[in-house]
Write a protein that binds this ligand. Structure first.
Ligand code: B12
Length: 141
């Protein structure tokens, strides 16, 4: 009988501890992932425009771009649907890529350490990580 309170609290600890840990990890997993989006028009030599938005945890870039467009009237984009590769970024802020002129919106990613990479997937497949700068660059191929 003397052991009961100690046993009881030990059992309670065992029950609560994993719950607390799981709760913590679960919370971190559901936090929105902050990112920046920079629009660069290398052909017209316009100054870059930078926006802040967020993506759902492990969410796709397309979702973040839609969220940004809905919340900020200075950012607009359109995309077409490719049968093989999904969403193709067609225009940003009224400027569209053009096959005849060999222009397109290139997707680049700058990580917080400053390194810039060119993802090998489009806006419908790319999953941004926290604090990345997504660069939408109007350029030529
Ligand atoms: C040429 C080419 C381009 C050219 C297309 C120019 C043109 N209008 O002809 C340009 C330079 C514009 C381009 C851009 C990009 N591309 Co590209 N491209 C190719 C390539 C080498 C050949 C496509 C082709 O001509 N096929 C033959 C024609 C007859 O078939 P088609 O179905 O009509 O081809 C069209 C589609 O492929 C489309 N297209 C081309 N690239 C992409 C990328 C995406 C995401 C989408 C939705 C459509 C698309 O454009 C073609 C012409 O209309 C393929 C690789 C390959 N060997 O197939 C990569 C490829 C399709 N591209 C790829 C990528 C990743 C991109 C970019 C996202 C790169 C970037 N980080 O910016 C961008 C698209 C950005 C955006 N605006 O959404 C990937 C797609 C992989 C994936 N699962 O998403 C591929 C498979 C190469 C790779 N890395 O493995 N691309």
């Amino acid at each position: 009988m003397m052991m009961m309170p100690a046993l009881y609290s030990a059992a309670l600890m065992l029950l609560l501890l994993p719950g607390t840990l799981t709760g913590f990890i679960y919370h971190a997993d559901t936090d929105p992932v902050p990112i920046h989006v920079e629009v660069q028009n290398s052909l017209l030599g316009e100054p870059p425009l930078t926006f802040s938005t967020h993506v759902a945890p492990r969410g796709i870039l397309l979702g973040a771009l839609k969220r940004l467009m809905a919340s900020n009237s200075d950012f607009k984009f359109t995309y077409t649907e490719d049968p093989n590769y999904g969403p193709y970024l067609e225009s940003v802020n009224g400027v569209a890529g053009n096959d005849k002129e060999h222009t397109y919106w290139e997707l680049l990613v700058q990580t917080p350490d400053g390194k810039i990479t060119r993802p090998d997937v489009g806006i419908g497949c790319y999953i941004p990580s926290a604090n990345e700068k997504i660069i939408l660059k109007f350029t030529k191929w």
